[in-house]
Design a protein around this ligand. Structure first.
Ligand code: PLP
Length: 437
């Protein structure tokens, strides 16, 4: 712990040397959060190339749910890679077993799994399957949504920064406001609003649709938009709305799944039953793995050879998926996620009481958004940056995001302890204090 709190220079000399080298050969297009080069990691800790230790509150980008380099994960991957590394579409026991674990853990109506590699591949595939099933072209998605950066996924995004400058995309997307209660699009207040944003969907469709709406795609909480959680009951009511109109309901749990909110899948909190469920990120924890889980009748519409992916479901990734299930169960990570999440949110709410600049604390399990604002409640992205930097100087590795760049994401691995949560709050307190001084 003490080595974490030691004030350090960012970037350190070795990070600086490597970043200068990177600047010559790597384009600056990916979101560099902090000028720190990672060297190794373990559990909820990361060390940089200068030997500095950090408490990792990012889990990569909500990926290493079972903790960095979990020994069981490492040995299962090593064992598998020494025996069989790729098989493309030839089936393997690892893929079949991983698929069975997913089907058993998801709602009864979802009986088949198609394995892929990335989250964007999963959302694109879900859209392709929905289109093949009912032949309809239009998709309803939500403002602020992020479903990946490939063209199809980008086209249904409601997060404008994903699309700016990239042209028209795939036609047929209609977007509606997401229930972002802290900054309600309709300036209403929950619960007095009576979920106006849901009630108005029919009018939006009436005004926008060419009578060709086929499916609805939604994140159960919005990730890239700033960890925005809909009010309780919204998702189930949306499911009813979708089913009443005979549409296909796609839930994008690429980020929310594999224990992140304290249930294996976030849809479990309200017994939501989509027709198609997109998974990714924490699914492989250490290795790239994603999937679309769906109803048999939908996949039937695709026929044989209608979908493929070079790396999808390869035996090494599949063995990582199996390890994720085993570790989550054996280490009771869902219980830990809820317990430590409540502890963390309590401490973060205390910080909200102390600092007016912390406008909103929201989340579930170990995915918590901290929205920073100015005195008029306007987004404060510059201040947010300064806090992230000041925290890193004190050993706390945070990420930031949000529609306005003013949300700090608190999303440590699910092995996070209450002691680590206390340390996180202590450092964040010091960081905010130092920036405001
Ligand atoms: N969908 C959601 C909800 C995500 O958060 C992300 C990534 O952040 C994606 C899809 C895209 O995943 P990938 O970057 O693996 O393509």
């Amino acid at each position: 712990m003490t080595s974490i709190l030691k004030k350090r220079e960012i970037p350190g000399p070795e990070s600086k040397r490597l970043l200068e080298k990177a600047a010559l050969i790597e384009p600056p297009c990916s979101a560099d959060q902090l000028p720190i080069v990672w060297e190794h990691a373990e559990g909820s800790r990361v060390w940089d190339v200068d030997g500095n230790e950090y408490l990792d509150i990012t889990s990569g980008v909500l990926v290493t749910n079972v903790g960095h380099c979990h020994p069981r994960m490492v040995s299962q991957i090593q064992e598998q890679i020494s025996r069989l590394d790729n098989s493309y579409s030839f089936r393997t026991e690892q893929r079949i077993n991983a698929a069975e674990l997913i089907v058993d853990a998801t709602p009864d109506n979802l009986t088949q799994v198609f394995m892929l590699t990335t989250g964007a591949e999963a959302t694109e595939t879900a859209l392709r399957v929905a289109r093949l099933y009912n032949g309809k072209q239009e998709v309803l998605s939500f403002q602020g949504a992020f479903h990946g950066k490939t063209y199809g996924a980008m086209s249904v995004a409601g997060n404008i920064s994903t699309k700016k400058g990239f042209g028209c995309g795939v036609p047929g997307t209609i977007t509606a406001p997401y229930p972002y209660c802290y900054r309600c699009f309709y300036d209403k207040i929950y619960p007095d609003c009576d979920l106006y944003c849901l009630k108005i969907l029919d009018r939006i469709i009436e005004a926008e649709s060419r009578d060709d709406l086929g499916c609805v795609i939604i994140e159960p909480y919005q990730g890239a938009a700033g960890f925005i959680f809909p009010p309780e009951g919204y998702l189930k009511k949306l499911e009813t709305w979708v089913r009443d109109r005979d549409l296909i309901f796609i839930v994008d749990e690429v980020q929310a799944s594999f224990g992140r909110t304290g249930k294996m899948f976030m849809i479990e909190w309200e017994d939501v039953r989509p027709h198609l469920l997109a998974l990714g990120k924490g699914m492989g924890s250490s290795l790239p793995a994603s999937a679309v889980v769906g109803e048999e009748k939908l996949f039937k519409a695709v026929g044989t050879s209608g979908l493929s992916s070079t790396w999808g479901g390869n035996p090494v990734s599949s063995s990582a998926v199996i390890a994720v299930f085993e570790i989550i169960e054996q280490e009771r990570l869902l219980e830990n996620c809820i317990k430590v999440g409540i502890h963390l949110i309590t401490g973060l709410n205390d910080l909200k009481e102390k600092y007016g600049v912390l406008g909103d604390v929201r989340g579930k399990g170990l995915v918590i958004g901290l929205e920073f604002v100015d005195t008029e409640n306007n987004p404060a992205p510059k201040l947010t940056n300064q806090i992230v930097y000041a925290a890193a100087e004190r050993g706390l590795m945070l990420g930031k995001l949000g529609l306005y760049g003013n949300v700090i994401r608190v999303a440590p691995p699910l092995v996070f302890t209450e002691e680590e949560a206390d340390l996180c709050i202590e450092i964040l307190d010091m960081a905010i204090n130092s920036v405001l001084e």
